[in-house]
Ligand binder design. Structure first.
Ligand code: PGA
Length: 262
């Protein structure tokens, strides 16, 4: 399906990197490197750690920067006895607009199930933010030929209670777990095949209209040197970048991929 009508979304997931001083420096450098034309061509979200959010928000507001503030995670409840957790409600108060949900590191290291991911989605949307739902298969899923089953199952559970309007405005990131932080990437054709299957599944679960509007990202060892090929695929509307988003110069080159396209 052609991606002409869907504005590309480039997201930087810093994971547990950069304290709030480093965050300010990194955003300032990035703001210096990106132009008005870049922001007209792509949406850029930045997902720093929780402790950086207030500083990042203040900087973005004060300097009227065009970055969209994102978070990496939230709890599904609004408040309560959940020591150490942060709710979607609190993030919304900081002008956070996008929240990553169901990242494979959260699923694997912190035991988040498809059901919990689904509750988080609902909470993020209740507070008028956009979820970036991550789905992906392990290497053993892949070797057993279970890639599509695993991913489409994750999509089906997450979207079970979503209205057409909610689905069309969310983002799904396909992140093969074996490609995250390993330097290995799915080939652009491979990523396109899986992402196109996700779009078809969204059409089945929700509607054709939602499937045409929803933005689908690829994530897993995206760099300035491979983004051009990834973004040339018809169903890929953006990328979720981990390691390479920590370096402002590299992330700026990723955001400017279209300038190098032939
Ligand atoms: P990576 O991480 O770009 O470092 O592979 C991607 C992610 O985990 O979102």
């Amino acid at each position: 399906m052609s991606n002409e009508t869907r504005k590309p979304l480039i997201s930087g997931n810093w994971k547990m990197n950069h304290n709030h001083f480093e965050a300010i420096q990194c955003i300032q450098k990035l703001a210096y490197l990106l132009t008005k034309d870049d922001f007209a061509a792509v949406d850029v979200t930045i997902h720093p750690p929780f402790t950086d959010l207030r500083s990042a928000q203040t900087l973005i507001d004060a300097d009227e920067l065009r970055f969209i503030l994102g978070a990496q995670h939230c709890h599904e409840a609004d408040s309560g006895a959940f020591t150490g957790e942060i709710s979607a409600q609190f993030l919304a108060k900081l002008n956070v607009r996008y929240v990553i949900v169901g990242h494979s590191e959260r699923r694997e290291l912190f035991g988040e199930t498809d059901e919990v991911v689904q509750q988080k989605l609902v909470s993020i949307q209740k507070h008028k933010m956009t979820p970036i739902l991550c789905v992906g298969e392990t290497l053993s899923d892949r070797e057993a030929g279970l890639t599509h089953d695993k991913i489409l199952g994750q999509v089906r559970t997450a979207l079970a209670k979503q209205s057409v309007e909610q689905v069309r405005s969310m983002v799904i990131a396909y992140e093969p777990i074996w490609a995250i932080g390993t330097g290995k990437t799915a080939t652009a054709d491979d990523a396109q095949r899986v992402i196109s299957a996700i779009r078809q599944e969204v059409a089945k679960i929700s509607s054709k209209m939602a499937a045409e509007a929803i933005r689908l990202q690829y994530g897993g060892s995206v760099k300035a040197s491979n983004i051009g090929e990834i973004m040339s695929q018809p169903d890929i509307d953006g990328v979720l970048v981990g390691g390479a988003s920590l370096d402002s110069a590299e992330f700026a080159r990723i955001c400017q991929y279209r300038l190098r396209a032939s």
